[in-house]
Every structure is written in structure tokens, then in C-alpha cells.
Design a protein around this ligand. Structure first.
Ligand SMILES: NC(=O)c1ccc[n+]([C@@H]2O[C@H](COP(=O)([O-])OP(=O)(O)OC[C@H]3O[C@@H](n4cnc5c(N)ncnc54)[C@H](OP(=O)(O)O)[C@@H]3O)[C@@H](O)[C@H]2O)c1
Length: 329
């Protein structure tokens, strides 16, 4: 008999998620039926989307949603032999039973020397987000100036590096001086701490007096209000995330953006990675190649122990992570 440990939602989040919003439960899993397999989570991912999506997708008592890299430990399904590794969206749980639906095998050319946790980060959903979100919407050209915020995080750190590969000048903002050092190490041309600058507008102007051609927005809110004013004519903006607003219960009223979009003739488009699901392999192949060539560096922020998963999630939302926040069971 296998006992799955799972983190469930005690109550819907109000404001920032708190430790008491989570409850650890043990569940005895039944024996496998024909066609089923038992998987054990090895790495789990804590991602910002869990905060906004939990509201619409979860009810109280449900397992918190999320993804993992999991290994098949028992199988009654020949298509999923014991020992295989898959990315699954089974939520915050150590063990689960599946009929194989929705399991994604790791790319077949996965190098032996690469941690499988990267299938949740630089070669997984955040990597694919950075790849298509930047290349298909911002469409960066050689010599363009690219701005990215939450730049030291899972998506932002890859966006900046892909921008460099494409010949851009890259400016990043992040929330600590340690993160600024990291951004310089991975090749950002300019970086500033949005929490300590006296004026976002001045910091953006200083980093690129000529303005910005491309803006990859992970943050929204006041940062975006300032960034839109610094765009060059015909600038392109990927709206990838709005993390500064995920804890708001009342939508903030802000400066209204239409005049900037109109008079600078900006192109601004929302991006959801799920739309690109059928093109994951193409992006993953290129991301793996860039990593192998040393052109794309990855960094992981590891939290050890399944029991520490809520702390890892809360910490990531507060900005404790450099690179991709990962939980090792
Ligand atoms: N559209 C899609 O398909 C898609 C897919 C993946 C991710 N996303 C979005 O992309 C963004 C980044 O996701 P990620 O997985 O790469 O997470 P991440 O950047 O690794 O972690 C989140 C980071 O957000 C920053 N942050 C938190 N609160 C903030 C605030 N009020 N203002 C500014 N920054 C804040 C923190 O860094 P600092 O220390 O710099 O504050 C924190 O480290 C999120 O908005 C997420 O929802 C979208």
C-alpha cells in the first residue's frame, strides 16, 4: 500500500498566500487497475500562475495545482514502463495514479549530465514561455533594446539571455542587489533594483536613454505604467505576467495606457504558453542546444523537502528565488 502525501488548500488565498492556507494530508492509494500506472514525484515546481489560477480552478480541500517530474514506479500500461520519467500536472503530491493521459515524456535527447528538474524550468514551461513569448511577439532584431522585469526569475533570466543571443542590448530589473550581480553574470547589459531606485522612470531612462524597442512584461502594475512611457515608436510588448497584481483583491485603477499605445503606435499582446503546447518540442530542442553550447545558463533555487513546499511557494512569490524555484521531495 502506497501512501501519497499531498498539500491541499484549506481556504482560498486572500492577499499573499500564508502557511495556514495549506494542509498536508496522507492518502492511501488503491491498487492499480489495468492500464494504470503509479508515479512518484522527484521534483515539483512552484510557479506564480498557481496564485491566480487557484481561485478559478480549486475549491477548498483540493490538492494545490502544479507540475512535477515524476518516475513510473509501478505499471499496468505497456506504453509507460517502470523507470520512465514524465512531466505531469498532478498537483502538489508525492505519489499519484495515472492512465497516462497528459503525461509528457522528457525530450528524447535529454543529456545524461543535465538535471531532470530543468524539464520544469529552462527546458520546460518557463523556457518555452521565454522562447515563444519573446521571439513570436516582441520579435527582437539585432541592435534592439530589450527590457525585461522579474529578470532574475525563471522566465526573465532566459528572456534576457535569448535577447542577447539575438543581438539585443538587454536591460533587466529585479528586487535585490544579489539578483543584479546574477544578471550581470549571465550577460545583461544593464540592471537595476526596482525596489531601491528613487524613480522607475529615471532608472529606465538611465539604462537606455534612447528608449526600448521590446518589453517583456512579467510584472504589470506601476512598473508597466513607467515602462510604456519609455517605449520607442512601434515598440513591441509581450504581456506575459502581472505578478505585482496577483494578490490584489480589487483591481487597481492606474494611468490609462491608450494614449501611449496610440501615439507611439505600440504593439502589445498577451501571451499564454498553453497556446503553444503543440510547438513545445521545437522550442525544447533549441533550448537544449543553447544550454549544451553554453549560450544559455540556468540557475535553480532549490527547496529541500516536500514538507517545505508551501514555504518554497510563498518565498518565490516574495522574490527569494534566483532562477527557477524547485522543490526536491
Ligand atoms: N503567460 C504565461 O504563459 C506564463 C508562463 C510562465 C510564467 N508567466 C509569468 O511570468 C512571470 C514570472 O514567472 P516565473 O515563473 O519566471 O517566476 P519567477 O520570476 O521565477 O519568480 C517570481 C518573481 O517575481 C518577482 N516579483 C514578485 N512580486 C513582485 C512585484 N510586486 N513586483 C515585481 N516583481 C515581483 C520576484 O522577483 P523580484 O525579487 O525581482 O521582485 C520573484 O522572484 C509571472 O508573472 C508569471 O505569472 C507567464
Amino acid at each position: 500500500m502506497v501512501v501519497a502525501k499531498s498539500w491541499t488548500m484549506v481556504r482560498h488565498f486572500e492577499g499573499a498566500p500564508k502557511p495556514e492556507d495549506f494542509k498536508l494530508v496522507n492518502t492511501e492509494l488503491p491498487s492499480l487497475k489495468d492500464g494504470e500506472l503509479l508515479l512518484e514525484s522527484e521534483f515539483l515546481s512552484v510557479d506564480p500562475y498557481i496564485r491566480p489560477y487557484s481561485k478559478e480552478k480549486l475549491k477548498e480541500g483540493d490538492i494545490i495545482l502544479g507540475s512535477q517530474v515524476a518516475r513510473v514506479v509501478e505499471s499496468n500500461n505497456a506504453a509507460f514502463p517502470v523507470g520512465g520519467y514524465y512531466v505531469a500536472y498532478a498537483g502538489w503530491t508525492t505519489h499519484f495514479i495515472s492512465d497516462g493521459t497528459g503525461l509528457d515524456a522528457l525530450p528524447s535527447n535529454w543529456p545524461d549530465n543535465l538535471p531532470r528538474s530543468l524539464a520544469l524550468g529552462a527546458v520546460g514551461m518557463p523556457g518555452v514561455t521565454a522562447y515563444y513569448g519573446l521571439l513570436e511577439i516582441c520579435k527582437p532584431k539585432e541592435g534592439d533594446v530589450l527590457l525585461v522585469n522579474a529578470a532574475a526569475g525563471a522566465v526573465g533570466s532566459l528572456v534576457g539571455q535569448i535577447g542577447k543571443i539575438k543581438g539585443c542590448k538587454v536591460v533587466g530589473s529585479a528586487g535585490s542587489d544579489e539578483k543584479l550581480t546574477f544578471l550581470k553574470e549571465i550577460g545583461f547589459d544593464e540592471a537595476f533594483n526596482y525596489k531601491t531606485v528613487s524613480s522607475l522612470a529615471e532608472a529606465l531612462k538611465t539604462a537606455s536613454p534612447e528608449g526600448y524597442d521590446c518589453y517583456f512584461d512579467n510584472v504589470g502594475g506601476k512598473f508597466s505604467d513607467a515602462a510604456l512611457q519609455q517605449m520607442k515608436d512601434f515598440g513591441r510588448i509581450t504581456v506575459c505576467g502581472a505578478i505585482s497584481q496577483y494578490n490584489d483583491s480589487v483591481p487597481p485603477s492606474g494611468p490609462y495606457i491608450q494614449p501611449y499605445i496610440l501615439f507611439k503606435q505600440l504593439l502589445m499582446q498577451g501571451f499564454l504558453v498553453w497556446t503553444w503546447k503543440n510547438r513545445y518540442p521545437e522550442a525544447q530542442k533549441q533550448l537544449l542546444q543553447w544550454i549544451a553550447e553554453g549560450k544559455l545558463k540556468y540557475h535553480e533555487h532549490i527547496t529541500n523537502g516536500f514538507e517545505n513546499m508551501p514555504a518554497g511557494f510563498i518565498g518565490m512569490l516574495k522574490g527569494e528565488n534566483v532562477g527557477k524555484a524547485i522543490i526536491i521531495v
